[in-house]
Design a protein around this ligand. Structure first.
Ligand code: SAH
Ligand code: SF4
Length: 433
């Protein structure tokens, strides 16, 4: 999401004549886009600011700005305590960034951290490097108020972009040769534009260019509709892959988290999705050590992982965030226990990923070719619908951006290896704009 927002900011600044440089010493303006989701994300930014101090000391006219969630959360602290920061601009005030930069050039500090109920940057075309994969932000903010989460406070209320503007962006991406688009929102399932829900948006995007593969994230289990499942099943170019954060396997913890579903309901969705979408797979987010989590609660998390068998998981230790409801609960699981449980969760996920990948040996997988493998130019690397890396021998007639069919002959927990069978969808042939 922050990569997408950074592209948006670069779009705004490009329109004002700014250029991007990859040489930090040459930069007149340095902007850090920040995340507040966990403590360590914020710590990292303080570390980066420490490094930037040297640049500011050497070239005091350099404008240094903090964007994103930390801006909203820590505005005063950042401007007053970190003397090198000239501007602090939150996620809904990026349009004013050129104005703030101008003032900063004349020595004024600037703070713009108001949240908006309507800003979606609908009319701004993000600046993107050439490539295969692009993000499109389809909505902003979140109204879910999970008790551990800072997002509703730092990014404000939920609002959706118009379906028409998203479709237009899809067309631009198609013309530029992008092959994969991820639709982004904190909870894409509550997307709404007039009478169009997220399933309508997904179908509309998939139909712009059937050679572009569509992904989306994140789905909140409460709002995932059957209509959405059928839409995924009916479109070949929508990835059969759902990121469905479970957070915990214990109903008691889920209630304390205000997740608004039970494990029974969650597993019901998984089963429904499996019945409707052939070959669908899932990934998830898990938090270990939420306040009052017992060993039994933790075992229930491991249990749900066994039941679903996720293809992948993002796994975190609970990190108390000021201002959230959970912040007022006692953070009573010790750091040591949080780490121990997290390690068990990670180990189990690795075992499951390994098993799932072993089951793919002998099957034929479709992959989008992303380029040479990291280790050798004699091999190409692609990614399957389910986001797994596939390595296969390079061949002169295969290009980046091709879809290929690969027969899997070996697998680790992270990577599939196989032999090329055929190119299935040459570049642009199926374009249907
Ligand atoms: N809107 C998405 C993603 C939110 S942030 C969703 O609801 O799934 C991504 C993940 O960060 C969350 O799913 C959650 O697992 C984790 N997370 C959020 N706040 C956290 C906190 N305070 N401590 C630890 N992990 C957290
Ligand atoms: Fe945070 Fe919950 Fe919203 Fe996700 S759905 S962003 S975890 S409040």
């Amino acid at each position: 999401m922050n990569v997408a927002d950074t592209e948006l900011v670069m779009g705004i600044l490009k329109n004002k004549g700014y250029e991007v440089t990859d040489n930090i010493k040459a930069a007149n303006v340095i902007l850090l886009n920040t995340c507040s989701i966990r403590e360590n994300a914020e710590q990292r930014i303080y570390g980066r600011l420490g490094n930037l101090k040297k640049i500011k000391d050497r070239k005091p006219e350099t404008v240094i700005g903090i964007l994103g969630c930390m801006a909203e959360r820590l505005r005063k602290d950042l401007i007053e305590d970190k003397k090198i920061v000239d501007l602090v601009v939150g996620p809904d005030e990026y349009r004013r960034l050129p104005e703030f930069i101008d003032s900063a050039f004349s020595g004024e500090k600037g703070i713009g951290v108001k949240l908006s109920r309507t800003e979606t940057y609908d009319d701004i075309i993000p600046y993107r490097e050439e490539g295969l994969s692009a993000w499109i932000s389809v909505m902003r903010g979140c109204d879910k108020f999970c008790t551990y989460c800072v997002v509703p406070f730092t990014r404000g209320r939920e609002r959706s972009r118009s379906l028409e503007s998203i479709k237009k962006e899809m067309v631009i991406l198609s013309e530029k040769g992008f092959r994969e688009v991820t639709l982004l929102g904190q909870n894409v399932n509550s997307y709404l534009d007039g009478g169009n829900d997220f399933a309508d948006l997904l179908a509309a995007c998939a139909e712009v260019d059937r050679s572009i593969r569509i992904r989306f994230t994140t789905s909140h289990p409460q709002d995932l509709s059957e209509k959405l499942l059928y839409t995924i099943a009916e479109h070949q170019n929508i990835c059969k892959y759902i990121h469905l954060p479970v957070q915990s396997g214990s109903d008691r913890i889920l209630e304390l988290m205000n997740r608004t579903y039970t494990i029974e309901h969650y597993l019901d969705i998984i089963n429904k999705a499996r019945a409707i979408i052939k070959g669908v797979s899932f990934s998830t987010d898990i938090i270990s050590g939420f306040p009052s989590e017992t060993y039994e609660d933790h075992i229930m998390t491991l249990d749900v992982m066994q039941k679903v068998k996720y293809d992948g998981a993002y796994m975190f230790k609970y990190s108390p965030r000021e201002g959230t409801k959970a912040f007022r609960m006692e953070d009573d699981v010790t750091e040591e226990t949080k780490s121990k449980r997290l390690n068990e969760i990670i180990d189990l996920q690795q075992t499951i990923s390994y098993e799932l990948n072993q089951n793919l040996i002998g099957t034929e997988e479709i992959a989008l070719v992303e380029g040479f493998s990291k280790k050798s130019d004699e091999f190409l690397a692609g990614r399957t619908d389910t986001n797994k890396v596939v390595i296969f021998p390079a061949s002169d007639d295969i290009n980046t951006g091709d879809y290929v069919k690969v027969k899997i002959n070996r697998a680790t927990s992270a990577t599939l290896f196989g032999d090329l069978l055929e190119v299935v969808l040459p570049y642009k042939v199926l374009t249907t704009i």
